[in-house]
Design a protein around this ligand. Structure first.
Ligand SMILES: [Ca+2]
Length: 197
């Protein structure tokens, strides 16, 4: 899956945000495979899926060496908005706890969004994520429910363009015969009377 990650701050050079999607579930930060923020208030981490998906599950691997309880109360948020860095998007769940070094899977039931955030309400604390795995399926063309992350007009243009690509006959306004040479006009197409039958 294509992706981009960012976090509210980075503890040191071996704890970059991308370490949470490096495919390594090691829970030991010294292995260099965990993302970790500075100790701060409301630390967060985000992955950009680059387009909107329906997220089925999010699996998070917690750190193993210590401090497993720091993940408690963190929220998984999914949506298309970058308001408040994406942390105001709809909430999938509040994490009660994840065992030290363990991986827990949270059901998000097809919540739609381009951004998946892990948002902690902690006070002056590190957010450490050793692996975050997002399972998602593409949103069917023309079914996007929230286009607020880009201009409405652009979204509308995109949708029309995609619809045209996937279904050249559009909404039944016109179509082409099997040979591609004969245009058949539908009732609702403006100027239909000019079509060649
Ligand atoms: Ca990792």
């Amino acid at each position: 899956m294509r992706d981009k990650t960012i976090q509210s701050s980075t503890f040191n050079s071996s704890t970059a945000a991308k370490k949470a999607i490096d495919g390594n579930r090691s829970g030991m930060p010294q292995d260099g495979s965990c993302a970790q923020t500075e100790a701060e208030t409301n630390p967060w981490w985000r992955v950009d899926l680059l387009e909107s998906y329906r997220v089925t599950t999010v699996t998070i691997t917690n750190r193993e060496d210590c401090c497993a309880e720091r993940i408690n109360g963190a929220e998984i948020r999914i949506g298309n908005s970058l308001e408040n860095n994406g942390n105001s998007n709809p909430r999938c769940t509040v994490i009660s706890s994840i065992p030290a070094g363990g991986a827990s899977t949270f059901q998000c039931n097809g919540m739609e969004g381009r951004y998946v955030n892990i948002f902690s309400r902690a006070y002056r604390q590190h957010l450490t994520l050793c692996e975050v795995e997002v399972n998602a399926v593409p949103v069917p063309v023309g079914m996007e429910s929230d286009k607020s992350w880009k201009g409405e007009k652009q979204a509308e243009a995109d949708t029309k363009s995609q619809r045209k690509q996937r279904n050249p006959s559009g909404l039944g306004n016109f179509s082409f015969s099997a040979t591609g040479t004969r245009r058949i006009c539908g009732l609702s197409e403006p100027g239909a009377r000019h079509c060649v039958k």
